[in-house]
Design a protein around this ligand. Sequence first.
Ligand code: IMP
Length: 219
Amino acid sequence: MLEFATTNPGKIHEAREYLGAETVEQFDFDYTEVQGDDLDAVAAHGVREAHRATGEPVIVDDSGLFIDAFDGFPGPYSSYVEDRLGIERVWRLTKPEDDHSGAFETVIAYCDGDSFEATPEPVDRDERRGQDLAASERGGATTDEQVQGTELPVKLFWGRVPGQIVAPRGEGGFGFDPIFEHNGTTFAEMDTEAKNAISHRGRALAKFSEWVETTGRLE
Ligand code: IMP
């Protein structure tokens, strides 16, 4: 059994549809969202916190909507923006003459307390200021100090889907789904299976489940 640490039933629904209802259990846990300008550090901090709380194999999913006309905003601040502004106002902020392209991105982070070939440590913005940026690039070498500072190995899986920011349409999904269109259909107009087949989360879940199968991690 895999715990999915989230307070969002929409994420659980999509993960169950993808990985099987018998595989995924909701761990209703609100992990600390560290301030950072990328999703990786938020997810890595969150999954360690969740694993310390549950003691079980656990994933978290940190997602964001990156709008090109706003230089990627709200990105990692998407949750705050949805709560404070609401998706209707986000749509209204994009002017007709703007480029309406954007992307949804997800990072799924996994931790079970054991060691395995972990993803090089992501660092958040504040940590980055005092560090050698080159060494901390994704896929680059992790320094000894970074490894020692992160006692729980974490594996990250990424998913991204390009789309357009449009006026709200559709009744399904959750979050920004009504204003995010991919190939002419908003995510809120798709059923879960159709959304999973092309979405940021579906793509990250595909990579995660392939890794689980190859490594036999959850057996
Ligand atoms: P978080 O990953 O829970 O921090 O989500 C960030 C923000 O993006 C929240 O406002 C979510 O509602 C929203 N969000 C996350 N995933 C999706 C999705 O698949 N579709 C639409 N909105 C999403």
